[in-house]
Design a protein around this ligand. Structure first.
Ligand SMILES: [Zn+2]
Length: 350
């Protein structure tokens, strides 16, 4: 086991060993273990050792290219495009069922939004809709603006935004995903956003990192690149796992959203706000969201890997009764900002 002596964000050595974990998604990779630490200064959890470039093919295959359909940790089946389409359809269908619960709130926001500035329109839309549609902010009605989606996967979010008359572009390291984007006529820069500085002449109104920041090996470079990508006063939206969640603390190494070793840095509302303010952003909104499968998935890992029970994949995670039982639990957790994912909406101010 390789031990890290300093924090990967603030470089201080005030760190606490938490636990070891392994790739629980792909049982072929379970032999190698990874250590997770928490920095007591900046409150970030980080993995050691990090995945090297040589290991990317091992831990990221073509099934791991989209964050648009319910989380990067979900696997696609062998027929990638049709499977993806099915998952998007399934996701939207589930979201629609939730709509009647929140229609009055959407109506409320529709009325309010009409009189707001463009910036407030963006962040009110993200907040009001993502909360109800599992943080998929693809239903904005603000038009004729520009967005860059970092880690855009196969471009589902950008396609939605283009349909809303936004100018869209993406950044994505996966060749497979970039090829799919090209078939959709979406402009994508193929690069590791955390490994080289971007040079941009045309800046955008909105940058999104939806379940991406935790995968990047250099958060500082990534956020500096975000800053260089945004116009003055532009909006940044981040959605990333929350190590301060109740489920993370309950299940520890078996936490479903830990997703070792792909998640290299895991933030909390506090640590994310701190690092963004350090980069010259004004933080306007911080909240959490949860899925019931975060709880049931963690329970499955605990029963399978912790207690050694023989459980077929997704048997617990996708159990309908268990998931329904978890609905009120995750609702309460989000009220107290203890959900599995933290969302932050910030404005570039430097
Ligand atoms: Zn630190």
């Amino acid at each position: 086991m390789t031990h890290s002596s300093t924090c990967g964000i603030c470089c201080k050595d005030n760190i606490l060993f938490l636990y070891t974990s392994c790739d629980r998604q792909n049982t072929k990779n379970k032999e190698k273990t990874f250590s997770y630490y928490r920095c007591l200064d900046c409150d970030v959890v980080f993995v050691s050792p990090k995945i090297s470039l040589d290991e990317y093919a091992t831990y990221y295959d073509t099934s791991y290219v989209s964050h648009q359909t319910g989380g990067a940790s979900q696997k696609q089946k062998s027929n990638k495009t049709s499977s993806l389409r099915e998952r998007v359809r399934s996701h939207i269908s589930r979201s629609k069922k939730r709509v009647w619960l929140c229609m009055h709130r959407i109506d409320f926001f529709q009325e309010r939004v009409a009189s707001l500035s463009w910036f407030k329109k963006i962040y009110v839309r993200i907040f009001s809709l993502s909360k109800f549609f599992k943080a998929q902010p693809f239903l904005f009605s603000v038009k004729n603006m520009s967005v860059c989606d970092i880690g855009c996967g196969v471009g589902n979010f950008l396609t939605k935004m283009r349909d809303k008359n936004w100018s869209v572009e993406g950044v994505e390291p996966s060749s497979f995903a970039v090829d799919v984007c090209e078939t959709k006529n979406i402009k994508v820069q193929k690069m590791f956003f955390d490994r080289e500085r971007v040079v941009r002449h045309r800046k955008v109104d909105l940058v999104t990192l939806n379940q991406v920041l935790e995968h990047l090996s250099d958060s500082h470079m990534a956020l500096d690149n975000v800053s260089d990508t945004l116009k003055q006063g532009g909006v940044l939206y981040i959605n990333t796992p929350n190590h301060d969640s109740f489920v993370a603390k309950l299940f520890k190494t078996y936490w479903y959203n830990l997703d070792a070793p792909r998640h290299m840095f895991i933030f909390s509302p506090k640590s994310l706000q701190k690092i963004l303010e350090g980069k010259g952003f004004d933080v306007h909104r911080v909240y959490t969201s949860s899925s019931t499968s975060g709880f049931t998935g963690s329970l499955e890992y605990f029963l399978r890997d912790g207690l050694g029970l023989r459980i077929s994949s997704d048997r617990i995670r996708k159990n309908k009764i268990l998931n329904k039982l978890c609905v009120p639990v995750v609702f309460v957790l989000d009220l107290f900002k203890k959900g599995d994912n933290v969302h932050i909406i910030a404005q570039k101010n430097n």
